[in-house]
Design a protein around this ligand. Sequence first.
Ligand code: GUN
Ligand code: FE
Length: 427
Amino acid sequence: MKIYRANIIFTPSAERFEVLERGYVAVTDDGLVEGTYQQLPPHLQSAPITDYGDMLLIPGFADLHVHAPQYRNMGLAMDLELLPWLNTYTFPEEQKFADCAYAEKIYRRFVHELWMQGTMRSAIFATIHQEATLLLGRLLQEAGLGAYVGLVGMNRNCPDGLRNSSEEVVAGTERLMQELAASGREGYAPVQAILTPRFVPSCTEEMLDTYGRLAQQYHLPVQSHLSENVREIAWVKSLEPDAETYGHAYYRYGLFGQTPTLMAHCCYTDGAELELMKKQQVMVVHCPTSNCNLASGMAPVRTFLDNGVPVALGTDISGGNHLSVLRVIQYALQVSKLQYAATKGNKAFLTLSEAFYLATKSGGSFFGKVGSFEPGYAFDALVVDDSYLNFAGYSLLNRIERYVYLGDDRDIKHRFCNGKELAEPKM
Ligand code: GUN
Ligand code: FE
């Protein structure tokens, strides 16, 4: 058992922060939270204590939608909306990942920055390239970060250099599963494969059908894109005229909640698609920075929450222009206020604790018991020095609010994933 002492802040539920001023968290040798305490109970009196003084101790962040091969384009090419943006900037960059030396350079920088930003868990799109995708998985394992990594499938409406076949998806995914299992480090958070059909316009019926079989055969989770952009939705309607909604196009192949499923964006989801997501408990990944940059729209997050549809946050680089989940929390709050205004006050905006919950416990739930400090949760934690933001008289709630709006990765002094403190990965 190990004990950490600090100002502990987390969100067991979306409604409010749990705060322990100079409290204690006890962590088992397996890396799980045993409990949080204001006073150290007798059975823990002899355990060693690491005291972080007046620093904050918060859960690690979860980024549930991010494109690692778009790292080099981050902060560039914001002058087009989704479909021309993909063709003009994104597909040409992703083609470069056929070259493993290039992939290694970019992926090392990407993994380093996940660590830097305190993103202890992520759901990542790689590319169609097997070797580069395996490399990304191994780099995450070496860093000790928890992740789902997907070999992307695309076999239509894409350049020839960025096209694979269903057979390659099957072989590549099976290889990814086997090699990640073989190279996983005991005690560290797992890096696992996730099925990653890019989106309906990129995948023929035959490929989606193959994905559905893989999901069922290996009980693999699924990630893709849904209802992000008006022109994209119209295109899907013309490609899949029999599907009641875009979401139903995934559902009919077994890719919409038949196994745990992440759908990024959902800016225009309503009606039958919303009902299906609720019934299938498909998790929405809200990516407000990306939605601003690509002029996509504003996801109806309040409606999802009111309907019991699970919601997480994603950076979605390079649609998103940074890898900071902290800044996505801020954007989620601000975009929700624009929606409040746009609906003349009909849709309540998000509260700070709700947005923080989405980035920690809600996103973390895709990885098991992750994202909270309740007993039994994996100890994923960040130790934050906010002393330069602090004024006498601030409460811990004031301090977490200031950290969300003003803080950044430089304030993170220690990072834990699955109970292990993570050293800075080599670039
Ligand atoms: N839809 C299909 N591919 C992509 C992508 O790479 N980024 C975003 N934002 N949307 C997509
Ligand atoms: Fe995306």
